[in-house]
Design a protein around this ligand. Structure first.
Ligand code: KIV
Ligand code: ZN
Length: 390
């Protein structure tokens, strides 16, 4: 039986921290509605203590979208932030308070300038207070991957005893590598299950070294039960773990991970395009899963193989992520097989071998000049050729 992985989407909180990605209330609501259609388990709707606008957006999302999907919002380990979180999410059916506080020496010494014990106590007090408001509280040990393990664990132990129901382990600055991060999660998971096996273990990775997806998958392999991601991998600096990559990684490699999510994968492309359109942030063309070229094949050898059997060069079908079908880009490197396929798809006859060869040579000349040959070019090429030859 596959283990279910809880998916929290933080596009509207961590994702919205990207410079230039400011969304208005209506746009946030539209994204939240699409995330609900995508069937994520939890939407992190914002950071309500940061501004009145953010507070209102979180509140509106909780009110209008938070019937079947859980809604959370972030606050620091201080009473006023926790109050803002609570007030903004309380109308949702299943609200979750999310508290963040650093555990690395750098955070404790440079950010808070307090003793380690004093910082840990702040966390404990914050969780105790949050639990007077709601039954579900997530605690994030910010910069966990650069923290001393025993202090990190003591913090986790203390906040779980104070009532935290989810522990989120962030690789805040994208410093971790997969083997090491997986090992960290395994160690925490072993101790956490002994302490309280109802507490959910979660991870939140950043992509500074391009390893957010790999670190997240490694964490899952080592016991993480929940992942935090964003659409198109948006987020601070180099971004967060891309939701579409983790979800499809688990789906395509299901026998290896033996895990599943409830995400409706056929909504992935639509969600990616909506977020890109509303934030004004383009998706790189070669982005895994949702990039424009993710299912486009241009080499002749590949096109020939695909036309014989899609599995030759496709590990997932475009339809699984909501794309129409694979795309064969005709270029000078496309072979006769791909060109013939394009001509026949338009209803033209190719049974006269000599005629087809002449047509193919004209296609190569055009492809050399144009680089990419589109359907309308093929149509013009064939009709023009046949008119001249008749
Ligand atoms: O990167 C981080 O540590 C965060 C926390 C709030 C989870 O975004
Ligand atoms: Zn983050």
């Amino acid at each position: 039986m596959n283990r279910k992985i809880i998916v929290l989407d933080t596009t509207l909180r961590d994702g919205e921290q990207v410079p230039g990605a400011k969304l208005n209330m209506q746009q946030k609501l539209e994204i939240a509605q699409q995330l609900k259609r995508l069937n994520v388990d939890i939407i992190e709707a914002g950071f309500p203590a940061s501004s009145a606008g953010d507070f209102q957006a979180v509140q509106e999302i909780a009110r209008s979208v938070g019937d079947s999907v859980s809604i959370t919002a972030l606050g620091r380990a201080v009473k006023s932030d926790i109050d803002a979180v609570y007030e903004s999410i309380k109308l949702a059916q299943n609200p979750l308070i999310h508290i963040v506080l650093g555990t690395s020496n750098i955070h404790v010494e440079k950010k808070f300038n307090r003793s380690k014990d004093a910082v840990m106590q702040m966390g404990v007090d914050a969780v105790k207070y949050a639990r007077t408001l709601l039954p579900h509280v997530q605690y994030s040990t910010e910069d966990a991957s650069r923290s001393e393990f025993e202090y990190l664990w003591s913090t986790i132990e203390a906040v779980v005893k104070a009532g935290a129901t989810m522990i989120n382990v962030p690789d805040t600055v994208g410093f971790a590598v997969p083997e090491e991060f997986g090992e960290l999660i395994r160690k925490i998971n072993d101790r956490l299950k002994n302490l309280n096996d109802k507490v959910v273990l979660s991870v939140h990775c950043h992509n500074d070294l391009g390893m957010a997806t790999a670190n997240t998958l490694s964490a899952i392999k080592n016991g993480a039960e929940k992942v935090e991601c964003t659409i198109n991998g948006l987020g601070e600096r180099a971004g967060n773990t891309s939701l579409e990559e983790v979800v499809m990684g688990l789906k395509v490699r299901e026998p290896f991970y033996q895990c599943r999510t409830d995400v409706k994968t056929t909504e992935l492309l639509r969600t990616s395009r909506l977020v890109s359109h509303l934030t004004g942030l383009d998706v790189q063309v070669n982005k895994a899963i949702t990039g424009e070229n993710a299912f486009a094949h241009s080499s002749g050898i590949h096109q020939d193989g695909l036309l014989k059997d899609k599995q030759v060069y496709e590990i997932m079908s475009p339809e699984d992520v909501g794309a129409e079908s694979m795309e064969l880009i005709l270029t000078a490197r496309s072979g006769r097989h791909a060109f013939k396929n394009a001509v026949e798809k338009m209803g033209f006859d190719t049974s006269d071998a000599a005629d087809f060869e002449q047509l193919f040579q004209k296609f190569l000349t055009l492809a050399d000049a144009k680089k990419e040959v589109y359907d309308h070019d093929v149509f013009y090429l064939v009709t023009n050729h046949r008119t001249i030859e008749q």
